[in-house]
Every structure is written in structure tokens, then in C-alpha cells.
Design a binder for this molecule. Structure first.
Ligand code: TMP
Ligand code: ASP
Length: 232
């Protein structure tokens, strides 16, 4: 298999014989644009399994996606997509960076999910991006924002329901989209505790916030999420 791209926490491979693409989940965990970086045993496989379960639930609800199947312990097969360099963040509860940017009270429950868009540019710390700026920068078309927002809200509905059944509150999450070979927008990347904020009934954080805040028990919490999702 040929390595075609390596990010902070994932690798993209291409199998030229089978003409298939694969995403490998690494054990690296990073925060604050690599200011914090560690290797955590088993993280790749745990996140791969969580992503597989969640993408499976989304597939059942006909969300278009690059995900095809789990192809190994830390490997998924994906379709060929051209990634849109935008992080789409969906928030149900005010927490994290939004509290720094706007005067929301921590823990405020949004009556409808709030969708925000950030341009993936490490040197500029991923600034917010509007449809017009995306058009000017030739990142995507204006109308792609409407599609991403619609899909993001539909994805939130499915995920919120699944996590609620597992006794977990979905506070917020980040997803990424790409264009498939037909030029359609499809959910890509991953969905796991690296890219979500997940609180249990007691308000205990079970996601990467534990690593950001140096709270410890990161893998224990990721495994707890997996254990609960597997019971559904
Ligand atoms: P934020 O509150 O820091 O903007 O994060 C919102 C959500 O997006 C949270 O669930 C964490 C996730 N996220 C990522 O997956 N990658 C990132 O680089 C950032 C900044 C946030
Ligand atoms: N995703 C990280 C965070 O949420 C940022 C990074 O990977 O550098 O803080």
C-alpha cells in the first residue's frame, strides 16, 4: 500500500492493485495545534471502532459518506474524495472556543444546534470562514455551505440520539466533508472522542478534553464510550 498523505492523527493509503483508499488511525493524540502531543497505546484501534459504529448508524439513516467498511484493527476503507479544508463544528451546548469568541454562558443549551465553519489553516489557527470568503479563496462554492449545514444538522440528530441511548450527552463535535467522484458532498474523516465533546450523566468528560486539560484517564474514557456504544 502506498502512503499518500499523513496528518497528525491519521494516514491515507492507496492500494494500487485493488484501487482502494484506506484511512489508518494513529496512536498520536494532539491538542492546541501540536503544542501538546503524546502517543497513546490502543487509541488508533479504539477510535477506529468508535468511528465504524457511528458511521454505521449514519449510513443506516442514508447520510452520504466516504466510509465503506472497517478493514483492519485501526483501518477503514473509504472512497476517493477531494477533501474540503473546512472544519464544520456543531454545538448543542455552549463550551470550548465559542465561550472565548462570544458572550455565551458555559453550559447554555442552544434551542437549535449551532453550526460554525472554520478554515483549516494551522498557521492562522483555523479561523472562522464565511461562504463568501470560501468562494474568494476558492475553497468551495457558496452553496456548498448550505449542503454542509443541512448534513451537519442531520448528522447531529443521529449522533445525539445514539449517544443519549448510551447515557452520554453530545455537547459538540467537528466533522469534515469531501467531494466524491460524482462531485457530491459526502461526510469524510472520522467521528470519535478526538473530535467530539461527550459528557456522562454526572457531567464527567469522556473525550479529548481530558487530554487538553491534563485530567488523565484518557484511554479509560475512550474505552468507556466504546463499551457503551457496543451495548446499543
Ligand atoms: P472548539 O470548542 O475548540 O471550537 O471545538 C469544538 C469541537 O470541535 C469539539 O468537539 C472539539 C472539536 N475539534 C476538533 O475535532 N479539532 C480541532 O482542531 C478543534 C479546534 C476542535
Ligand atoms: N484537534 C486539536 C484540538 O482539539 C488541535 C490539534 O490537533 O492540534 O485541540
Amino acid at each position: 500500500m502506498k502512503l499518500i498523505r499523513e496528518g497528525k492523527t491519521k494516514k491515507v493509503f492507496f492500494d494500487p492493485k485493488k484501487k482502494k483508499f484506506f484511512l489508518q488511525f494513529k496512536n498520536d493524540i494532539t491538542a492546541f495545534n501540536m503544542k501538546k502531543h503524546e502517543i497513546m497505546a490502543e487509541k488508533g484501534e479504539v477510535n477506529c471502532e468508535i468511528t465504524t459504529i457511528l458511521f454505521g448508524k449514519l449510513k443506516e439513516k442514508r447520510i452520504p459518506m466516504a466510509f465503506k467498511r472497517r478493514a483492519g484493527k485501526d483501518l477503514i476503507e473509504v472512497s476517493d474524495v477531494r477533501m474540503i479544508p473546512i472544519e464544520v463544528v456543531v454545538r448543542n451546548i455552549a463550551y470550548g472556543s465559542i465561550l472565548k469568541r462570544y458572550n455565551f454562558k458555559e453550559g447554555f443549551k442552544f434551542s437549535e444546534p449551532l453550526v460554525e465553519f472554520f478554515y483549516k489553516d494551522d498557521a492562522r489557527d483555523d479561523p472562522p470562514i464565511s461562504p463568501r470568503i470560501a468562494e474568494l479563496l476558492k475553497v468551495c462554492r457558496r452553496e456548498d455551505f448550505e449542503k454542509m449545514e443541512k448534513l451537519a444538522i442531520a448528522i447531529n440528530d443521529v449522533l445525539k440520539t445514539a449517544f443519549r441511548a448510551a447515557g452520554i450527552t453530545l455537547v459538540d463535535f467537528k466533522i469534515e466533508f469531501g467531494f466524491n467522484e460524482k462531485g457530491r458532498i459526502v461526510l469524510s474523516d472520522e467521528i470519535d472522542p478526538d473530535s467530539c465533546r461527550l459528557w456522562d450523566k454526572k457531567g464527567e468528560m469522556l473525550d479529548k478534553e481530558r487530554f487538553r486539560k491534563g485530567m488523565g484517564n484518557v484511554m479509560e474514557s475512550y474505552k468507556e464510550i466504546l463499551r457503551r456504544l457496543k451495548r446499543l
